[in-house]
Design a protein around this ligand. Structure first.
Ligand SMILES: CC(C)(COP(=O)(O)OP(=O)(O)OC[C@H]1O[C@@H](n2cnc3c(N)ncnc32)[C@H](O)[C@@H]1OP(=O)(O)O)[C@@H](O)C(=O)NCCC(=O)NCCS
Length: 374
């Protein structure tokens, strides 16, 4: 009967497949180059958040024993003083699970009531993705899940994807996890990059609501492959997998490995300072709001100078900036939900506050969302 009434079909544990893919396709088709949308119709709101960090803290002074640098140089150029790095038995999956559980706890939503889990990461423990394992270990027995790779914009892309699924109908609770362990891909002998990155996970529970309660007020996502040369961790083909193919032409395939992060810091800096304020302005325009309505500016935590430049361009005073990168460095897809979680739990961000959140990074990808908390 259900199949006649709606284009959904259910399989396994209530898995909704066709409608999800349809809405995701609609979103992807629009987001391919430049997508700025005013959100209307069914709403979605952010009702819980959580985060998790590795135990090992590496200070600038620690790094100065490995590469020629100093706490003064790193702090002045980036604002970073410490970063957390996976060690021992810690895994990206473990951090993601903890962050997700904490978000569910704050939202007072049971794991079995989650319909969709989006794991936004560029560094899964498994090349084929980690969402399925995360949702299984959290106990989301009725959820479908998949990974989203959009580097440091991953969480913003995941958040917007969650709201598109909800808007499509049939999905009530979406767990969006932003998690990365870039420490695995950093060249720790390169002082130009190793000072920047750290590992963490953050999560948000996005829930369906009526249109008048809608918490996603506007968004803008963009990408430009021309800038990939400025920031990447590309695959390289190493040795052959087969030593003898008995003369099959064009064979054998090569075993691929990832290179360490390659970055032109100056170009990435220029890109961020130019594109992030523009992206927020477009998202504000779609939301029909002036910059003065922003209670909190929450940018991807890459560099304090980038954050301050964007705030200055948007005329947002420094007491409205959320920043925790001094403690964690750039944690890629985790940085926005990690900073949000700390700001909510410390009582800084309150129900009804309007947050301008913006992610940017490799791809190049960048995007902004104007959201209301709670
Ligand atoms: C990486 C970054 C901090 C470098 O700062 P910068 O002001 O551009 O510095 P430069 O690369 O021009 O280097 C200036 C000098 O400092 C030196 N230097 C570079 N890294 C250093 C370090 N960790 N410690 C001390 N000196 C360093 C350089 O060798 C150079 O020396 P020289 O003048 O003798 O040649 C900055 O470009 C940046 O943050 N870019 C954005 C990167 C980013 O956010 N990436 C992730 C986006 S998601």
């Amino acid at each position: 009967m259900l199949g006649v009434l709606s284009p959904f079909f259910f399989c396994g544990n209530g898995l909704i497949v066709s409608r999800c893919l349809f809405w995701f396709w609609q979103f992807s088709a629009k987001a391919g180059s430049n997508c700025c949308i005013r959100v209307v119709g069914m709403g979605s709101k952010l009702v819980g958040c959580g985060s998790a960090i590795p135990t090992l803290s590496i200070s600038n002074d620690n790094l100065s024993k490995i590469v020629e640098t100093s706490d003064e140089w790193i702090a002045a150029r980036t604002g970073i003083r410490n970063r957390r790095v996976l060690s021992g038995d810690e895994t990206l999956r473990g951090l993601s699970i903890q962050a997700a559980q904490r978000a569910l706890e704050m939202a007072q939503v049971k794991a079995e009531d989650v319909d969709l889990v989006l794991l936004c990461t560029s560094t899964p423990d498994d090349l084929f993705g980690g969402a399925a394992q995360v949702l299984t270990e959290v106990g989301c027995t009725n959820a479908f899940g998949f990974d989203i790779t959009a580097a440091c914009s991953g969480f913003i892309v995941g958040l917007i994807t969650a709201t598109r699924f909800i808007k499509g109908g049939g999905i009530r609770n979406v767990l969006v996890v932003g998690a990365d362990a870039l420490s695995k891909f950093v060249d720790w002998t390169d002082r130009g990059t190793c000072i920047l990155f750290g590992d963490a996970a953050g999560a948000v529970l996005v829930q369906a609501c009526s249109a008048d309660e809608d918490g996603l007020l506007g968004f803008c996502v963009q990408s430009d492959g021309n800038g990939q040369k400025h920031l990447n961790a590309a695959t390289s083909n190493d040795e052959s997998i087969l030593s003898n193919t008995n003369g099959v032409p064009g064979f054998p395939p090569k075993k691929a490995t990832y290179s360490c992060i390659q970055m032109n810091g100056k170009e990435v800096f220029r890109f961020a300072v130019r594109c992030v304020p523009q992206s927020i302005e477009k998202a504000l325009e779609e939301a029909g709001l002036p910059a003065s309505s922003i209670d909190w500016l929450l940018l991807h935590q890459a560099n304090q100078r980038i954050i301050d430049a964007a705030a200055s361009r948007l005329d947002i005073p420094s007491d409205k900036i959320i920043s925790n990168l001094a403690n964690y460095g750039n944690t890629s897809a985790a940085s926005i939900p990690l900073a949000l979680d700390e700001a909510v739990r410390s009582g800084k961000v309150k129900t009804g506050d309007i947050i301008a959140a913006s992610g940017f990074g490799a791809g190049l990808t960048w995007g902004s969302a104007i959201v209301k908390w709670g």
